[in-house]
Write a protein that binds this ligand. Structure first.
Ligand code: ADP
Ligand code: MG
Ligand code: MG
Length: 247
């Protein structure tokens, strides 16, 4: 589904990703862990196509297509979803408006008919319910005044509505209390655990991985993946720290 080879990327002339390689097959959950400043968020931004991030070497294919040649909206329409470490607030645009526009724009690129207002509301309400999010929050401006945990939960509602093939979730567990962590973990499993879908979970903590069991765990340090293993690697990291594991 996703094949990253020898990826080098820079911001403002500073190289952040330094030869990163990663293959994600359909049906798999990969966790990416690593110290602050390792380049984890940069990886997500480069895959999403955020302006300002320049790829200087390497390749990325998504479903066999050259991802780096695609515009950000084309990547989304092809099934790529990026959950942000710091979800953006959009004053003046309600969650419902935002998500209906996003979903219908993607459907248009794929040659599918747009959902009507009624159809969309039914879908949005069902997803909000599944993530125990108050229906009223669907009407509020996107993330404005939401707590950290509510923003993360809202990201999962967005993911449920959009229905991506590959979700890259950047510290979706940060700011969540124990109950919210379970709800979000269950949401990731329900929405994304399927033979034709895959997840890249960027996280600092083992906690989320108790709910969303990774098939592979990778350590990203200094702009490259320096170690890969199974779920047990996350426990090792938690117990011994990145420095010990990287050594
Ligand atoms: P992580 O998510 O692993 O904590 P990031 O990908 O956010 O790390 O950042 C990787 C490195 O890139 C850090 O050293 C950070 O300071 C640097 N960086 C991020 N954004 C910029 C920028 N706009 N200009 C220069 N350096 C940046
Ligand atoms: Mg960080
Ligand atoms: Mg980060």
């Amino acid at each position: 589904m996703l094949k990253i080879e020898n990826l080098h990327a820079e911001i403002d002339g500073k190289e952040i990703l330094k030869g990163l390689s990663l293959t994600v097959n359909a049906g798999e959950v990969h966790a990416i862990m690593g110290p602050n400043g390792a380049g984890k968020s940069t990886l997500g931004y480069v895959l999403g196509g955020r302006p300002g991030y320049e790829v200087t070497d390497g390749s990325v294919t998504f479903g066999g297509e050259d991802l780096l040649e695609m515009a950000p909206h084309e990547r989304a329409a092809a099934g790529l979803f990026l959950g942000f470490q710091y979800p953006v607030e959009i004053p003046g645009v309600s969650n419902v408006q935002f998500l209906r526009e996003a979903l219908n724009a993607q459907r248009k690129v794929r040659g599918e008919a747009p959902l009507s207002g009624g159809e969309f509301l039914k879908l949005a309400r069902a997803q909000a319910d599944l993530l125990s999010m108050d229906q009223e929050m669907l009407k509020r401006p996107v993330n404005v005044g939401f707590s950290g945990g509510e923003k993360k939960r809202n990201e999962m509602v967005q993911m449920g509505i959009i229905g991506p093939k590959l979700a890259i979730l950047d510290e979706t567990d940060s700011g969540l209390d124990i109950d919210a962590l379970r709800v979000v973990g269950d949401g990731i499993n329900r929405i994304m655990r399927a033979p034709d879908k895959a997840v890249v979970l960027i996280t600092h903590y083992q906690r989320l991985l108790d709910y969303v069991k990774p098939d592979f765990v990778h350590v990203l340090s200094g702009g490259r993946i320096i170690r890969s293993g199974g779920a047990e690697l996350a426990h090792e990291l938690e117990a011994e720290g990145y420095a010990a594991v990287a050594a």
